[in-house]
Design a protein around this ligand. Sequence first.
Ligand SMILES: Nc1ncnc2c1ncn2[C@@H]1O[C@H](COP(=O)(O)OP(=O)(O)OP(=O)(O)O)[C@@H](O)[C@H]1O
Ligand SMILES: [Mg+2]
Length: 361
Amino acid sequence: MTIEYLALQGMRNFASLSLSPSPQINLISGSNGSGKTSLLESIHYLAYCKSFRTHKQKFLIQHGKPSLTAFCKINGKQLGIERTAKSERRIKLNGEWLHSAAELASLLPVQLLDPTMFKLLEGSPQFRREYLDWGVFHVEHDFISLWRQFKTAHKTRNALLRQGGCELNERQIWHESLAGFANQITTMRKSYLSRLKPVFDEYLHSLNPDLDVSMSFYQGWGKDKDYLETLNQGWASDLKQGFTQLGPQRADLRLKVKGVPAVEVISRGQQKMVVCALKLAQAKLYQEATSSPCIFLVDDLAAELDITHRKALCSLLEELECQVFVTAVEAAQIADCWSPSSNVKKFHVEHGNLVEALTPE
Ligand SMILES: Nc1ncnc2c1ncn2[C@@H]1O[C@H](COP(=O)(O)OP(=O)(O)OP(=O)(O)O)[C@@H](O)[C@H]1O
Ligand SMILES: [Mg+2]
């Protein structure tokens, strides 16, 4: 997917902005507080109807303005989102109103590399499950409906546990249904990971050949154990806790170096490379499954990465032939990282105004 045109009104410090980005590399420079992250945030907002910086979307609206509008053209399609300070949101795609943001799920496949990406290593398993399930969702069409059905059965079991239990035959029915969904979800996750792992290893090797990170999957309950049996055996203990302790809702992706969690032993720059390799691998599998490239948002590319590693990351992004938006405080930090054959556009932001830097002939 490629953003051909982007326009914003009343978003963060942009009163009004429009740009026609390069289908390949877009470099955005500007001093602290000029609006670089806000520009990437607006693309993320168009993709997922939410910011990556705040859970309260109303903070995206420019101070004193009643609403924001974000609009883009993607491969000929027109997408617009309007949000008012009263939390009303309207989404229009090709002139038709959409009922829910979920309908946008595959329109703008955005991969984000920004300071929040470290949560993938240091945060709770939920961040890694979200990462994993984003990939599974895009390659396995039944995944989302299975996951919803699992959640419903899971909620019911938890409600039964909270009310102090139920008849054995009722419990058995729910356990069998839960186990059926859990096993299918887990099979999909494992199959996705078996494809992701070699691609991740290859990307990590290209970014840093000395870094040896092992990836393993925790399915959410005992390895090689039957989930139906686990649910039955865990009933008494779950009754005491008042919730289902084991299951795919507890799955995790474990990244280790010499047997210990990677985050405990590798440097910040190395962590950034591990997360970059994860996101690149996911983008590659997405592209193989859909024949359409992801869009990369890279905030503060230079942070934590020396020039060698910066160039390594940039050439991998170029190889993927995806559209990239990269920010830096100083234009020079990201200017020389690209191949002369790439279509590079340079933009400069200043106090919420954006200008395109003309490239000398
Ligand atoms: N709702 C809002 N209305 C108006 N301005 C806002 C709003 N939210 C944030 N800002 C301002 O927008 C500016 C741009 O912020 P942004 O985080 O995009 O800057 P940046 O260029 O990424 O800076 P840095 O280099 O420090 O990361 C900041 O000055 C911020 O205070
Ligand atoms: Mg920023």
